[in-house]
Design a protein around this ligand. Structure first.
Ligand code: 93A
Length: 542
């Protein structure tokens, strides 16, 4: 039995190799790895002794040889493969441990030159991975040092001295092969992404050429992001019953895709979409927050500065639109208390998400058979997920950087805001304007949000024109709209929305500004004496 070891990251390799050696494996290894093993007293055969070729071209060619790849790709169960092995004196290799040159780490450093980057593109190791993964029925491939432990334990306790490999099931070997291909795939994605950014200028040689311009602000898939999606499970159906659907996640990245279902039926496609909206909305706030989501829009949201008032914060969120709350998705950014659980338990909700639950709250809510209870620790953090927003389009995809979270207290968060009217908002109104502005990011455009005391009064979402969204707010909010503040996610193209705001007795307005008719809109606000603020966030290209 032969094992081939060629690793850049040498942690744990000695211990693992000792187990292999104790089980009678012949260890074959490349220069640096062989040295580590020999230094710790292990007997090792150099790859160059197997290939009868030295490592050459500064190590660019080490393992790229039929004596190695024949041993990896052969299917000994086939007579003609066995005949080839015999003819060329090649011995099968049944365990391969590889991890690649640190390309991502290298190009992440500002000072890295193109030449250094190129020398860190692993070819031989990559080829070992592909060959062994293809032949996973006969070869065990390990690319992740965190797998040494469980595999080492299995091999150690194996009683089949003729074929230790049998202690790892075929299904497990397939999973390890999949992991190895994914490892190679994200590696290549990083290389291709890097090369797409390299500027050669008029250089005649790559020596000394600085790797990346690093200057453009375009959004790109993070280097290891794209291939790391793993299928978690199929979903019963998609947005509509006739659509097929599945959930994929980036393991270890948290978020709704990695949420822990503590209780209740399996999540549907729409549950996940709404749960994501709930998570993003509550993470917008550093105060204790509660949101009610319907069809990805918040129909109720409130915050409170005291964590102890979570139940009250829930009640305020619910009262934003009690009729729409039915069947909604609830989100919290604090551990759910028994008081809050008691307050919400009489209403039918599909899903609840929170960073955690007190034991009593969980016990109480678990009595509701149909309620899906999700634990998402990141719900507690007002930290931006760095993942870009990706949207598929026919024939491609659109990427954009995530809408940034607005951080800081009122004076910090509003420091670039400009009051454009004669009348000024009061301090309390500024607080409510900021709240409504934060919420408007989470409402589908054309988005209008009315708020009072840091609580949603009404929203107008997804209408084809802005004044229609204002109109809906007035109708839904009824009497409640009087004295509330209004936020608009984009500029008002006409003054008609200001007329409607005046009819509804809106106290003040926040909007980005940037329309060619800004002055008409400001004049209307001044005519009615409604203070208006521009957020000064760039909405048009410079
Ligand atoms: O330069 S390579 O692409 N050419 C090869 O033939 C080759 N074979 C293994 N790099 C190659 N490797 C890589 O060497 C492995 O992927 C591993 O990262 C590294 C281990 O080298 P050493 O054992 O000398 O430290």
């Amino acid at each position: 039995m032969q094992a081939l070891l060629s690793v850049y990251n040498k942690s744990g390799i000695v211990e693992f190799s000792k187990i292999l050696s104790s089980k009678g494996f012949n260890l074959i290894s490349t220069g640096g790895t062989a040295k580590s093993l020999v230094d710790s007293g292990l007997k090792v055969q150099q790859v160059s002794d197997v290939t009868e070729f030295p490592e050459m071209l500064d190590g660019r060619v080490k393992t790229l040889h039929p004596k190695i790849h024949g041993g990896l790709l052969a299917r000994p169960e086939l007579a003609h493969h066995q005949a080839d092995l015999n003819k060329y004196n090649i011995k099968p290799i049944s365990i391969v441990v590889v991890n690649l040159y640190p390309f991502v780490e290298t190009v992440s450093k500002e000072s890295t030159t193109l030449e250094e980057a190129i020398e860190n593109i692993d070819i031989g190791g990559h080829t070992l991975i592909r060959a062994s993964s293809k032949n996973f029925q006969n070869v065990l491939i390990i690319v992740d040092p965190s797998d040494y432990k469980w595999i080492g334990e299995r091999i150690q306790s194996s009683t089949d001295s003729n074929n230790v490999l049998n202690s790892i099931t075929l299904e497990e070997r397939k999973k390890l092969a999949l992991k190895a291909f994914q490892h190679g795939c994200s590696y290549d994605a990083a290389v291709s992404q890097y090369l797409s950014k390299v500027e050669l200028g008029d250089a005649t040689s790559i020596q000394g050429v600085k790797g990346c311009s690093g200057s453009d602000a375009n959004v790109e898939f993070p280097q290891t992001f794209l291939p790391l999606y793993e299928k978690k499970n199929d979903l019963r159906y998609g947005e509509n019953p006739h659509q097929k659907a599945a959930l994929y996640s980036c393991p270890g990245k948290g978020g709704i895709a990695n949420a822990q279902l503590l209780h209740g039926p399996a999540l549907s496609y729409n549950n996940i979409l709404d749960g994501d909206a709930a998570l993003k909305a509550v993470r917008e706030f550093d105060q204790c927050a509660c949101v009610v989501i319907k069809h990805t829009n918040p129909c109720g949201l409130s915050v409170g500065s005291n964590d102890g008032e979570q139940a009250e914060v829930y009640r305020r969120a619910f009262n934003g639109d009690p009729k729409s709350a039915y069947g909604g998705i609830l989100g919290f950014n604090r551990t759910l208390s028994l008081e809050a659980a008691t307050a919400l338990k009489s209403v039918f909700y599909e899903v609840i998400i929170a960073p955690d639950y007190t034991e009593e709250a969980l016990a109480l809510l678990s009595k509701k058979e149909k309620l899906r209870i999700l634990r998402i620790p990141e719900a507690a953090n007002q930290i931006q997920f760095t993942q870009p927003d990706i949207r598929t389009i026919t024939g491609g995809a659109l990427l954009q950087s995530p809408n940034p979270i607005i951080e800081g207290n009122v004076s910090e968060a509003t420091k670039n805001w400009k009051v454009v009217t004669t009348n000024q908002p009061t301090e309390q109104q500024m607080k409510d304007l900021l709240f409504a502005w934060r919420v408007s990011k989470h409402v589908k455009s054309n988005a209008i949000v009315l708020a009072k005391d840091e609580t949603i009064i009404a929203i107008g979402a997804g209408q084809p024109n802005r004044s229609q969204s204002v109109d809906i707010c007035m109708k839904v909010g009824g009497e409640k709209v009087k004295g509330s503040v209004l936020a608009s996610d984009a500029f008002f193209p006409f003054a008609d929305s200001i007329d409607l705001a005046h009819q509804g007795n809106i106290a003040c307005i926040v909007q980005p500004g940037g329309s060619i008719r800004d002055q008409e809109v400001i004049d209307a606000a001044n005519k009615y004496g409604i203070p208006m603020v521009f957020t000064a966030i760039e909405t048009k290209p410079k």
